[in-house]
Write a protein that binds this ligand. Structure first.
Ligand code: KG4
Ligand code: ZN
Length: 329
């Protein structure tokens, strides 16, 4: 089954064609990140307008790249939420119109669950597993028992890990998105004498909190304007330490043999190395998506869409985007 995936939840208009959930035939993306960069963050109305202009060329482009015609697509999968309403509307409406016109099924997928499926493009998924989703808007730890069976074990109570990087970067005068900039700057120094706080919410919870480290970074950047690289390194260490601590605790508590990472922050090398170390200590296998599929893309949407489609899940034609879409529902 050839599934056309469509992603438009934030600032990336993406399309991809994936066969049977794991064989990527083509993928394409148009990003409006450069436009948002001048405002220091995503402007929802601008993102929605850019999606409307990009979606048709991106979908046509991805089909051309795979040497396919519209009629060669068996089904459509679209990000249903969570995300920005105006942005999601473009993808969902376009997907529904296309499916209706071609008389093929359409399925809606959860954006964060889809991030985990970037791993399915590399090798078959193995369950039960632990999943760590770290993006610009979410930091969520899940017990992933099977396709469609996710239980949230912990999530951020305030800012997401990616947000801490983005806001920290802004305080250091770096561009948006801040994560890659923080990583680049952090690797320009071998070590840092500075330290930033790692929130500890107690032994009863696997939740995270990143607002403290974000505020402390802004404060430190003001006090030590000439130690930017050291601050970036301290921020990276604090965020990675917080993520690693809860992953280690979850692996002690739950029967998972595999650890899957997903989301934009997973591109970070320091995070990858730390997770490899924990996986080794706990005797589990750790999996990362290829870097280009860590951030938003439509291949992950098409992959998850396939697994939902074969179970008979469909998106009703009168469905609206789900701006707030709890994971595991
Ligand atoms: O998953 P994603 O592309 O979009 C969301 O759904 O949010 O994640 C974007 C986030 C941004 O906060 C960005 O700064 C962060 O991922 N990010 C990174 C790196 N690359 C992207 N954070 C740390 N290190 C990186 N190399
Ligand atoms: Zn994302």
């Amino acid at each position: 089954m050839r599934v056309l995936g469509i992603e438009s939840s934030c600032d990336e208009t993406a399309a991809a064609v994936v066969e049977n959930g794991d064989r990527l035939l083509s993928t394409m993306l148009a990003s409006s990140a450069a436009i948002h960069a001048q405002y220091g963050g995503v402007v929802p109305e601008v993102a929605a307008r850019e999606h409307t202009m990009a979606i048709l060329p991106v979908v046509k482009g991805v089909l051309a790249q795979a040497h396919l015609a519209m009629q060669d697509i068996d089904a459509v999968a679209v990000t249903e939420g969570p995300g920005l309403l105006g942005a999601l509307l473009v993808g969902v409406t376009f997907g529904k119109a296309l499916a209706l016109g071609l008389n093929i099924p359409i399925v809606g997928v959860h954006h964060l669950e889809a991030h985990l499926y970037a791993n399915a493009l590399v090798e078959p998924l193995r369950f039960p597993a632990l999943g760590l989703l770290v993006s610009g808007g979410h930091t969520t730890l899940v017990l992933w028992e099977d396709h469609g069976q996710l239980k949230v074990l912990g999530e951020t109570r305030d800012d997401a890990a990616g947000e801490a990087f983005d806001k920290g970067a802004r305080a250091l005068g770096l561009c948006y998105p801040g994560g890659p900039e923080i990583e680049r700057l952090a690797s320009s120094v071998p070590q840092t004498a500075l330290s930033l706080p790692v929130a500890h919410l107690g032994s009863q919870t696997l939740d995270f909190s990143f607002s403290g480290v974000k505020t402390a970074t802004v404060e430190l950047a003001r006090r030590e304007p000439h130690r930017k690289a050291e601050i970036a390194k301290a921020l990276q260490i604090a965020v990675v330490t917080a993520l690693a601590r809860n992953v280690g605790r979850a692996l002690d508590q739950y029967p998972a043999h595999d650890l899957y990472l997903a989301g934009g922050v997973t591109a970070n090398q320091c995070l990858r190395e730390r997770m490899q170390q924990i996986a080794l200590e706990k005797g589990v296998a750790v999996h990362f998506p290829p870097r280009q599929y860590c951030t938003d893309n439509a291949a992950m949407v098409a992959s998850l869409g396939y697994y939902k489609l074969i179970k008979g899940v469909r998106l009703p034609y009168n469905a609206s985007p789900r701006v707030n879409y709890p994971l595991g529902t």
